[in-house]
Design a binder for this molecule. Structure first.
Ligand code: CTP
Length: 401
């Protein structure tokens, strides 16, 4: 799971209380495989020591515009970077950058850079609301800088609840990913992903469901957004948080999921059905809680609608449709049958009984079936990597169209 391997990122840290959170961001970027060059302003060093970032990135931290023998650090750093992210970006830093200052290493890097630049503002809510800051932000955006909206929440020193908080490191990390990878074939394409189980009510307090966690669908939605797509995630109850940037449409039953998919399919370029919709529902839902002493001997079930089959007449021409096949025996044959019956472009086959595969796991071992071609059998991989492998094949299909 090293999506940023071979990528160099300059992480600028300016002097705000949120700079302690940048340590987590440095760690996330480094874990994702990036070489992270941290550049700290003098004010940032009042809040966090360079040694913290050195330990997390395994690389020297840059602090001065002119250090002995390194007078042109800013040019070299800026030119090597695939992306520059400044987190936190204080009001003062944004004002100086908006006016083209180059009086410290970080502002100089920004001026010397060709790479995309992302700023994560953090400041007091009154400072954020000031027209001067708004003007600086709008000017920076005109220059092509990506400026995130700060979050609303507790501000430092009991200053209330206005917008001004730095977005969480995970959020900034996701945006860096889209800066790095958002320029490929999926850029601007509409991707609809389903995830998780559905729940079929028995009575007002009970339901039938399955063990799906939603992790695979969430990984696909995250990877699609990173690649620049406009992503809608139609999700049953998830065991994990939905990804940054995607529009989530929460659903409960298989019928709800079928309706949401039908509503979002027009205009979609790609549909990936990673959900595990319940295949059966109770024939009748009791209006009141079924009491213990009235326990039924059996609950009659009826089949739910097959969401994918129902989309066959609704698919806009050219839509790429990917389904999953969850099997416990003869997995590849089962996958091939679903490829035909559900008229799919690709089936992702997994065997729920294999170690390292299936519902609750963070990993999966799948085979990809496309048309009559030989299956592409992947090793056990993290679900994020499985998602990337699936989207690589989707992009291959798009190229062929
Ligand atoms: N699927 C669907 N609607 C359902 C059930 C499943 O659209 N009611 C989708 C799943 O999201 C998946 C694919 O169909 O992409 C295959 O799901 P799977 O559970 O493997 O197969 P089923 O069609 O349910 O068939 P079976 O249970 O007989 O294996």
């Amino acid at each position: 799971m090293r999506p940023f391997a071979n990528r160099r990122i300059v992480l600028g840290v300016t002097g705000g209380i949120a700079s302690y959170k940048s340590a987590s961001l440095a760690r996330l970027l480094t874990k994702a495989g990036a070489e992270v060059d941290v550049v700290m302003t003098a004010a940032a060093r009042e809040f966090v020591g360079p040694v913290t970032f050195e330990a997390l990135t395994g690389r020297p931290v840059y602090t001065a515009l002119i250090a002995a023998g390194h007078a042109l650090d800013h040019i070299a750093l800026a030119r090597a970077a695939h992306a520059i992210v400044v987190a936190p970006a204080t009001a003062d830093f944004m004002a100086r950058s908006a006016h083209g200052h180059a009086d410290d290493l970080l502002t100089a890097c920004l001026l010397a850079a060709d790479a995309p630049i992302l700023l994560a503002p953090a400041m007091n809510d009154r400072m954020w609301a000031h027209r001067q800051t708004a003007r600086n932000v709008s000017h920076l955006r005109d220059l092509g800088y990506h400026v995130l909206e700060p979050e609303t929440g507790d501000l430092a020193a009991g200053e209330g609840q206005g917008p001004g908080r730095m977005p969480e490191p995970e959020t900034i990390f996701a945006h860096v990913g889209r800066l790095l990878d958002g320029d490929g074939l999926l850029r601007g394409r509409r991707l609809v992903v389903t995830a998780g189980p559905t729940r079929e009510p028995v009575d007002p307090v009970r339901f039938l469901s399955n063990r799906s966690s939603g992790k695979m669908g969430v990984a696909l939605a995250a990877a699609g957004w990173r690649r620049g797509a406009d992503v809608t995630l139609i999700a049953g109850p998830l065991a994990v948080a939905p990804p940054v940037g995607v529009t989530v449409v929460p659903v409960e039953t298989t019928a709800d999921m079928a309706a949401a998919v039908a509503a979002h399919l027009p205009g979609a370029d790609v549909l990936v059905m990673a959900a595990a919709p319940a295949d059966f529902r109770p024939a009748a839902v009791a209006a009141q809680k079924i009491k213990k002493d009235a326990a039924p001997d059996a609950i009659p079930l009826v089949a739910t609608e097959d969401v994918l089959v129902a989309t066959r007449s609704l698919r806009p021409p050219g839509t790429i449709v990917v389904g999953f096949a969850l099997e416990t025996q003869a997995a590849l044959a089962g996958g091939r049958a679903k490829l035909r019956r559900k008229a799919l472009d690709m089936v992702v086959v997994n065997d729920a009984t294999e170690p390292g595969a299936g519902f609750m796991s963070d990993t999966n071992r799948v085979s990809l079936l496309v048309g009559d071609a030989e299956p592409e059998e992947l090793p056990v991989l993290d679900k994020a990597d499985v998602a990337d492998a699936i989207l690589d094949r989707v992009e291959g299909l798009m190229r062929g169209r």
